[in-house]
Design a protein around this ligand. Structure first.
Ligand code: AQP
Length: 354
């Protein structure tokens, strides 16, 4: 998908603009620690870029986080850290809505209804569950299995029209669309829920591990050298890029050559995304040069782009009162949107008014 933040001519908004509506965005990030460059380039940076065109709700998805064990003492700090990252990346907490998922109970209420709409067969196809549950499937939490139904509720409780995410969430977004369509059909309520569109764009929709270019960069990787954390300082960024895995050849000569070399391809994609340029251009610029020269330039670029965000996150994390106030205000505004939609859902399903 090409760039989705192109102002009035935004093709993703044409059908809504024709009805006099503004598109509405919902997206979330789990407070599971080690927020990294993949989360930033795949999602959070786009959150800020989309706020001119859409009404945006950005959510710290703490209910999703506890689908795997979390230390209760750290969860609150990690929740504030994600909110700080949204703000540091440029999301306007007054114009847009930033909140913690658990503080808007309508998400969980709609999720139960979606548990009854979604089919077990659909859930069985979800690759994220298979990856996260691993071999010990019997021991995975029921919440991890039902995760995509809660994600559908996160989105549809606001009737969000668009969801900016990284490539890895595409399958869950497709499930959200299936749930919306099935609900609308089952309850003879055509168009009740919109069929939400994913917004997956930029040169790094799937950032890979710095230690293995075939594996996604991830918060839960045991090696801190596999990822650049948003709070890493310049020295840590430099060290991680210097140690990033490459192959013994010089830099790829062509985009086709790059594609066959996952470690090099990943670093080129990161460079392109940070520089806001096309990957093919970057391949051309560094073709045949030594990795050491490329890595030095990538370090300079990464420090210039990520340094100010990390510093602002650190500053905000020292001011939890401010972050909490943003989250509280966001939760109030989110509930004002979610409440009437949940009332309509309850009526549609046949629940009595309380
Ligand atoms: N490597 C990635 N490249 C691009 N986008 C990514 N995202 C995650 N990893 C990458 C996007 O970041 C957003 C928030 O992700 P999440 O917090 O919901 O968790 P996740 O997808 O499970 O991310 P992690 O960091 O990889 O955690 P673990 O280690 O738990 O699996 C989403 O939009 C996601 O697409």
């Amino acid at each position: 998908m090409s760039d989705a933040s192109t102002g009035a001519a935004n093709p993703h908004l044409a059908q809504y603009a024709a009805k006099g509506l503004k598109g509405r965005i919902l997206s979330g990030v789990q407070p599971t620690g080690n927020l990294h460059l993949g989360n930033y380039l795949g999602a959070i940076r786009n959150f800020a870029r989309l706020q001119g065109d859409y009404e945006c709700l950005y959510c710290v998805v703490d209910l999703h986080a506890i689908t795997q064990p979390q230390d209760p003492k750290q969860l609150a700090a990690q929740t504030r850290e994600i909110a700080a990252a949204f703000l540091a990346a440029g999301v306007d907490g007054q114009k847009q809505i930033i909140f913690a998922q658990s503080t808007v109970p309508e998400h969980a209420q709609l999720a139960w209804i979606f548990n009854c709409v979604a089919r077990v067969g659909w859930m069985n196809r979800m690759t994220q569950f298979k990856e996260k549950a691993g071999k010990d499937r019997e021991n995975a939490s029921l919440g991890l299995y039902a995760y995509p139904a809660l994600m559908a509720a996160d989105i549809l409780i606001y009737k969000a029209t668009h969801v900016p995410v990284g490539e890895d969430q595409k399958q869950h977004l497709e499930l959200t669309r299936d749930i919306a369509i099935k609900f609308n059909n089952d309850f003879a309520a055509p168009d009740f829920f919109p069929v939400t569109e994913p917004l997956i764009f930029g040169a790094a929709t799937r950032v890979m591990s710095l230690r293995d270019g075939t594996k996604k960069m991830s918060k839960s990787d045991a090696s801190d050298y596999s990822r650049i954390n948003l709070t890493d300082d310049a020295d840590a960024i430099a060290q991680k890029i210097r140690r990033a895995k490459t192959d013994p050849l010089p830099m790829p000569e062509t985009p086709d050559d790059a594609e066959k070399r996952p470690d090099a391809d990943n670093l080129l994609g990161i460079y392109a995304a940070l520089a806001d340029r096309e990957k093919d251009d970057i391949v051309g610029e560094f073709a045949g040069r030594q990795f050491s020269e490329f890595k030095a330039e990538l370090t300079e670029l990464a420090v210039a782009k990520l340094g100010p965000i990390g510093a602002e996150m650190q500053r905000l994390m020292k001011d939890p009162g401010h972050v909490d106030a943003v989250l509280r205000d966001g939760a109030q505004r989110a509930r004002a949107l979610a409440g009437p939609i949940l009332d309509d859902v309850y009526k549609t399903v046949g629940f009595l008014k309380p």
